[in-house]
Design a protein around this ligand. Sequence first.
Ligand code: DC
Length: 214
Amino acid sequence: MIIAVDGPTASGKGTLAKRIAAHLGVPYLDTGLLYRAVGRQVAINGGDPDSEADALAACDFPDELLEDDILRTEEVGGLASRVSVHPAVRQALFERQRAFAEQPGGAVLDGRDIGTVIAPDADVKLFITASVQERARRRWLEMIDKHIDHEEEIPLAEIEKDVVARDARDINRKDAPLKAAPDALVIDTTSFDREQAFETVLEAVEEALREKRA
Ligand code: DC
């Protein structure tokens, strides 16, 4: 059983995917973290994230890097979005994601291209979205709440600009652009709180799994 959860930046897909995985008792992979690790490793190497060769070299990042909180910052998210446009990087990360998806007990993966490229055969495909303003607001509140960024507090307007730029890069890249698979269920959480979003997604997953079994 493969559950693919895609969607734009700050849509809440990660939190939802993690909760669905815990609820079903299956392993979960945040694929964005892999691209974030590549982005961070390019910076550590003193490379250029827009250079395909530099970004490919950074795909050899050590596994411990995945545990580093710095990966969660806006700055590293921006680097991840830049390295993710390179086909060689996407290819280098493909097998790791595919192997995770194919685990015998099933898996939940979240990202941008899970339902379209990594697991077009997924049993359930969700595309989680929300308005730009709402996604920026949630990211801003999260940053204030967790103090995850090492920089000074970033104004909401700047986060909104960053969300728009990230969307544009993720949607317009040639290789595996961000888009809902034709058979994905699109869920817009703009007007939902966390619990409403989770209940809606859980219902959709359970309904899809019931249909599969029928
Ligand atoms: O989900 P996230 O914000 O952690 O992802 C960071 C960047 O990584 C995102 O802007 C694009 C890239 N990404 C991708 O191209 N494909 C994925 N499956 C996951 C993330």
